[in-house]
Design a protein around this ligand. Sequence first.
Ligand code: KG4
Ligand code: ZN
Length: 356
Amino acid sequence: MIVLGIETSCDETAAAVVTDCGSPRILADRIRSQTDEHRPYGGIVPEIAARAHLEALDPLIIGALAESGIGFADLDGVAFTGGPGLIGGVIVGTMAAKAIALVHGLPLVAVNHLEGHALTARLTDDIAFPYLLLLVSGGHCQLLIVEGVGRYVRLGTTTDDAAGEAFDKSAKLLGLGYPGGPLIERAARGGDAARFDLPRPMKGRPGCDLSFSGLKTAIRQTVERLTRHGDPLAPQDVTDLAAGLQAAIGDSLVDRTANAIALFRARHLEGTTLVVAGGVAANAALRERLAGLAAAHGMAFVAPPLALCTDNAAMIAWAGLERLRLGLTDDLAFAPRPRWPLDPDAVPVRGAGVKA
Ligand code: KG4
Ligand code: ZN
C-alpha cells in the first residue's frame, strides 16, 4: 500500500508518503515549521497557526508526491490528523484530505495524532505488539500499553502540565526563548544539576500519573530569588538550572515508567519493548536514562530518530496505512476533534491545565 499523510494539529504543517511494500518505508517526508511565526509571542498562537497551515499545506502535498515519484492515482488512501489539537489547524488538514479523497475516489482515514506518535516505532523498527509507550510531547504526557491498532490502555497521564510544557515554560522563565526543550538541553551541557534543590513530582508514589507544574513553580521561585536584587540571571545560573530541570524531569519520568513496566509485565508476559515517542523524546539525556531503565529490566528500548519524534506527517501516513490494512476508514462526515483520548475507558484525570 502507498498512503499520503497530512499533519496540521499544532505548529508544524507536514505532508508525507509511506509504503509497506517490502518493509515499512518513507517515500517522502515534507515539513514546514511555524516556529518563526510564533516565536515573538513565546508560544503557539492558534489563529496564526491555522492561517499558516492554510498557506503551507498544498505545496507540501504536491512536493511530497513529486518526491515519491507518484501521482494521486497511485495512492491507496489519504490519512490526516483528525485530532486532538488546535481546532483551526485540524480543520485545514481535514478539509484538504477530504477534498483529495473525494476528487480522486480514495479511502479516507482520520488518524488520532497520538496514535501517530504511538505507532511510529512500527514504521521505524517494525516492532510487534504489545509494547509499553512513554508518550512525551508539548501537549501530552502519558504512559500507555499499545496492544494493537486502536487498542490502548492508559496507565498514567499528567495531572497538570505535559513534560514538554515544563521545558517550554521553564525556558521562558530562564530567558532562553522558544521552543524551550532543545534550548534547555543545550543550556544544560556542563551544568551542575545538583546545585538547586528542585522537586521530583510524583516520585515514589504508587501508580503512573505524572505532574510537572510544581517543578515549573520551583524554577520560577528560584529565578525570583536569584534576581531579587535586580541583577539578571548569570550564565552559570541558567546552565545549572537547565541541568537541574532536565535531571528532575528525567527522574520523574524514569520513576513513573518503572511503575508502568511492572504493570505492563503483569498484563503481558510476552511484552519486552519500551518505546519513547513525542517531541521530548528528542532529548538525548532522557533517551539515555530510559535506555538504562529498559536494560535494567531486560527490555529492548526503541526511540525513533529525532525527526520522527517531533510532529511530522510520516507518522500520520503510517498510522493511516495500518488502519487501512484493517479496513478502518472514515467517511466525509468525519468532524475534526479538539479532544480525542486514545483510551476512552481511562479514568479522567482532573487538575489545573489537564487537556486529555
Ligand atoms: O511532539 P511535538 O513536536 O508536538 C506536540 O505534539 O506537542 O513536541 C513538542 C515538544 C515541545 O514542548 C518541545 O520543547 C519538546 O517537544 N522538545 C524537547 C526537545 N525537543 C523538542 N524537549 C526536551 N528536549 C528536547 N531536545
Ligand atoms: Zn505531537
